[in-house]
Design a protein around this ligand. Structure first.
Ligand SMILES: NC(=O)c1ccc[n+]([C@@H]2O[C@H](COP(=O)([O-])OP(=O)(O)OC[C@H]3O[C@@H](n4cnc5c(N)ncnc54)[C@H](OP(=O)(O)O)[C@@H]3O)[C@@H](O)[C@H]2O)c1
Length: 324
């Protein structure tokens, strides 16, 4: 099969389209023929081997064989099932995030445990499905499990124009929330069209200094100090980061428990539970309440260009790779 492979860390030049053996499923796995994949921040980070501590998991001098075919999010159909698999059969259309089951999305085939996959609704395309798993799970778990978002509250999403934020605006709108979306000017019209009530260009305005307070701040970039974020929360408001600047996230980690002991405000970090809420996303999709925002699609051989584009952060929503 064809796959994108990297055997050393570096820029997108390290990515090669290669012919590699098609994997065979063990008794607890299924073999998926991949139709579409999408790019996540982790693909960019693992390719660069950064931040450096991630090499404890990915390999110090060069990437471990288990991550040499990158990519987390897949959508495709099941080609074969292991003998212990009960939830799926050959021909089923499935999607999921493989970040805890060996990666390998930028390839024609991948083996995955059935726990990493969900059935696609009939009306969902493979390209749409590939956008959903990692970004939408971070969003749902950030807004509800960690952020406890309630109808009628004021929500701000920082870095709203990417994967997490474009799902966040649409999902929050379904429960009746006043939404402020922060990103660069080129993404603000899109964010308004998705349902944001207010938009802020972060190059023009610092939302932590405009006098507004929010019940929940969901942050994909974590670019400001925790003091700035706390100032922008209502007295019992919650700040939730899903990722971004590592020094700022460490600050959130260390300050979080102290803040919760000394005030009603909260600082929280989302620890992704992959694929946990895909059934909820299927419901929202089938009800027409959420439509993935797609950038692309690119072909498998164009993954280096697609990752380069992702790295410039000019994309809107999710960058999609069409494989088959
Ligand atoms: N917690 C976990 O377990 C876990 C698991 C997986 C991934 N993650 C993390 O989750 C995040 C995923 O976010 P995503 O997929 O939505 O990222 P994304 O697609 O890269 O979107 C981020 C958006 O933020 C904008 N932005 C850049 N600088 C900004 C600033 N200073 N202020 C406001 N907006 C800014 C970017 O656009 P412009 O550059 O054009 O402004 C872009 O639209 C990543 O940080 C990833 O590392 C966390």
């Amino acid at each position: 099969m064809k796959a994108i492979v990297f055997t050393e860390y570096g820029s997108t030049d390290v990515l090669r389209l290669k012919e590699v053996p098609t994997p065979a499923p063990n008794d607890d796995e299924v073999l998926v023929k991949i139709h579409a994949a999408s790019i996540n921040d982790w693909d960019w980070a693992f390719m660069h081997g950064e931040p450096f501590f991630t090499r404890f998991f990915t390999g110090f001098l060069k990437p471990k064989p288990t991550i040499q075919i990158p990519g987390c999010d897949i959508a495709g159909h099941i080609e074969a099932v292991g003998k212990n698999v009960v939830g799926f059969q050959a021909g089923d259309n499935v999607y999921g995030d493989l970040c805890q089951s060996g990666f390998g999305a930028f390839a024609e085939y991948v083996c995955a445990p059935e726990t990493a996959l969900a059935l696609m609704p009939p009306s969902m395309t493979f390209n749409e499905a590939a956008c959903i798993p990692q970004a939408a799970m971070l969003t749902v778990q950030g807004l509800f499990d960690t952020g406890n978002l309630q109808a009628g509250q004021k929500l701000l999403i920082n870095g709203a124009g990417g994967g997490v934020g474009t799902f966040g605006v649409q999902i929050a709108r379904t429960i009746g929330v006043e939404i402020t979306a922060v990103d660069s000017s080129m993404k603000l019209d899109m964010l308004r069209s998705l349902g944001a009530d207010h938009v802020i260009d972060y190059m023009e305005e610092d939302f932590t200094r405009n006098g507004q307070c929010y019940d929940l701040i969901l942050d994909t970039k974590t670019t400001r100090s925790m003091g700035d974020y706390l100032r922008s929360l209502t007295p019992s408001g919650i700040y939730v980061t899903v990722g971004g600047s590592m020094p700022r996230i460490l600050q959130a980690l260390f300050l979080g428990s102290w803040i919760s002991r000394t005030s009603k405000k909260r600082i929280q970090i989302v620890a992704l539970k992959p694929n946990k809420d895909l059934a909820y996303m299927n419901e929202l999709f089938e009800a027409g309440k959420v439509t993935p925002v797609m950038d692309g699609p690119y072909e498998l051989r164009e993954v280096p260009e697609a990752l380069q584009y992702f790295g410039k952060a000019e994309h809107k929503g999710k960058v999609v790779i069409t494989v088959a």
